[in-house]
Write a protein that binds this ligand. Structure first.
Ligand code: PEP
Ligand code: MG
Length: 574
């Protein structure tokens, strides 16, 4: 038996037999064709491209039926490439001029495209590169007469792969598959988005996982904590089966809490909100009882496309969220936070040595004012349809907040001049996700209507631990005393200045930690929709006054483990 700690990218427990995907490389070789066969070769190429387009369209429709259009749009880039006249004519020209077979001509063109992407931006290149390779593999399969029917899985299998392309992920039979383990990827990878949409447990386990797991091995995935157990003992399997059953019973039971308020026994009210990436996720947020949207990660508007979203596209997305959740319910729209581990689409962001410490969040927006202003205009205009608020990410200095306010004011003045309808008195908050911001929250509170603690980043920067590096994930400690002190300091400063403080990082979704945050005086917690019921259940069993005392005790502890264990013991059945 072996336990590997990785990163949970889609919650839930899965137990099954591993199926390690080893994609055989296609038997390709370059060969010269006769002059008289050139037209036939081009016809062969066109047939393969048409067949690929048909297959991708089928996959897109299938996926749309399964989980909705917002996810199936992942394939738009594939289709764009297949329809791209320049791509096709370049391949044809190489066939004509060099008189080589289609497979080799395609590889040459792709090599060139790859070079262009590489020059522009590494992150963008990596994302698109996967999509391009996905399309190319399919065209070549079709050229060689193989039917690319996707990955065959048997019941109760867990897919183990180095990486999964969107079309591979989608073509797996969801009735059989129990979970995914990939070596590389992050919470924002395509595979993660798809796994979450399908509610399939998934973990990213690092390169080692590929050699550790063999096809046929029994494996357990815990997508919540990001753990993989290889060849578990009978006792462990029994334990996890029990956990699995409990989870499914609890899931059903917890839905009864949907319309109950989130308050402690002694009446302290906490607002539970949902984190979303796409407007369509509002449905899930409502289903799990979210009282609003605490974090709308707008980066996804820039995904799977080669151009920038227009003001109207932003506007329609925000209006849709406001209307779907209900006009009274708060919706916090975070302005673009690209860089770090986030998708970078049509924006040419240079490769940086330390992307997490680089040009991201508000730093990017303040330099690319054109992009920032477009987004702010749309937020202000959509705000008349609901209770929208705006929030700036990755703040580290007060000047950044002041500059953002100046830009917001300029945008309002422009809209006024243009006689456009918009909400003038929109609330403006900031994310507290750097230690520098947390430590100057007394000053930042003067410039903000609310704080939302981005603990995912706050932990990363406080402990100097890359949040997406599975090798050092043991150092990623939400209950580290330094993190707790920074959070406490932020909440206290918010209270002193009369503004509310929420927390929208992953730690809000761990019920015991959520209770600690309640004791610290947090006003709002925002998390993945499916995490809401369990957090609500726990908070409804605790006393605020008791948690306040526990906070004082915990502030004296010296390790994450001690804090977490103490919290687990003290919140058990209280
Ligand atoms: C955070 O940093 O905690 C957060 C919620 O933002 P993101 O995960 O999008 O960086
Ligand atoms: Mg963040």
């Amino acid at each position: 038996m072996k336990k590997i700690k990785g990163i949970g990218i889609s919650p839930g427990i899965a137990i099954g037999k591993a199926f390690v995907l080893e994609f055989p490389s296609l038997q390709e070789r370059e060969y010269i064709i006769d002059k008289s066969s050139v037209d036939k070769e081009i016809e062969r190429l066109n047939e393969a491209i048409n067949a690929t387009e048909l297959q991708i369209n089928e996959l897109k429709q299938l996926f749309e039926k399964q989980v909705g259009k917002q996810y199936s749009d992942i394939f738009l880039f594939h289709l764009t490439l297949l329809k791209d006249k320049r791509f096709k004519s370049e391949v044809e020209n190489i066939i004509k001029e060099e008189r080589i077979n289609s497979e080799s001509a395609i590889r040459k063109v792709i090599h060139r495209i790859g070079g262009i992407f590489k020059k522009d931006t590494k992150d963008f290149f990596q994302d698109k590169r996967r999509d391009i390779l996905d399309v190319i593999e399919r065209i070549i399969h079709n050229l060689q007469g193989y039917s690319y029917t996707g990955i065959k899985v048997f019941p109760d299998e867990i897919i183990v792969a180095r990486d999964l392309s969107p079309s591979q992920t989608v073509s797996i039979d969801k009735n059989y598959i129990r979970g995914f383990i990939t070596a590389i990827g992050s919470e924002t990878s395509h595979a993660a988005i798809i796994a979450k949409a399908l509610e399939i447990p998934a973990v990213v386990g690092g390169e080692k996982i590929i050699t550790e797991i063999k096809t046929g091995d029994t494996v357990i995935i815990d997508g919540q904590v990001g753990e993989v157990i290889i060849k578990p003992s009978k006792k462990i399997i029994k334990e996890y089966k029990k956990k699995q059953e409990e989870l499914s019973i609890r899931k059903k039971k917890l839905l009864f809490l949907k319309d109950k308020p989130c308050e402690t026994i002694d009446g302290k009210r906490i607002y539970l909100h949902a984190n979303i990436e796409l407007p369509e996720e509002v449905e899930a947020a409502k289903r799990y009882g979210a009282e609003g949207i605490g974090l709308y990660r707008t980066e996804y508007l820039y995904l799977n496309r080669n151009d920038l979203p227009t003001e109207d596209e932003h506007f329609l997305a925000y209006k849709k969220v406001a209307e779907k959740i209900g006009s009274e319910k708060p919706v916090i729209i975070r302005t673009i936070d690209i860089g770090g581990d986030k998708f970078v689409s049509a924006l040419s962001v240079r490769k940086e040595l330390n992307p997490f410490l680089g040009w991201r969040g508000i730093r990017f927006s303040l330099e690319r004012k054109d992009i920032f202003e477009t987004q702010l205009r749309a937020i202000l205009r959509a705000a008349i349809y609901g209770n929208l608020k705006v929030m700036f990410p990755m703040v580290s200095t007060i000047e950044e907040v002041k500059m953002s306010h100046r830009i917001l004011q300029k945008v309002k003045d422009d809209l006024k001049k243009e006689k456009k309808k918009f909400k003038d008195d929109i609330e403006v908050g900031i994310m507290v996700e750097t230690p520098s911001a947390a430590l100057i929250t007394d000053k930042l509170a003067e410039e903000s209507d609310f704080f939302s603690i981005g603990s995912n980043d706050l932990i990363q920067y406080t402990l100097a631990v890359d949040r997406s590096n599975e090798k050092i994930s043991h150092l990623y400690q939400p209950c580290h005393p330094a993190v707790i002190k920074l959070i406490m300091h932020t909440i206290e400063n918010g209270k002193k200045k009369g503004i509310w403080t929420g927390l929208c990082g992953e730690m809000a979704s761990i019920p015991e930690i959520a209770c600690l945050l309640v004791g610290m005086g947090i006003d709002e917690l925002s998390m993945a929709p499916s995490a809401i019921p369990a957090v609500k259940e726990k908070i409804r069993t605790i006393k605020y006054s008791a948690m306040e005392r526990i906070v004082q005790e915990v502030l004296l502890f010296e390790t994450h483990e001690k804090v977490y264990k103490y919290l687990t013991d003290r919140t058990k059945g209280e």
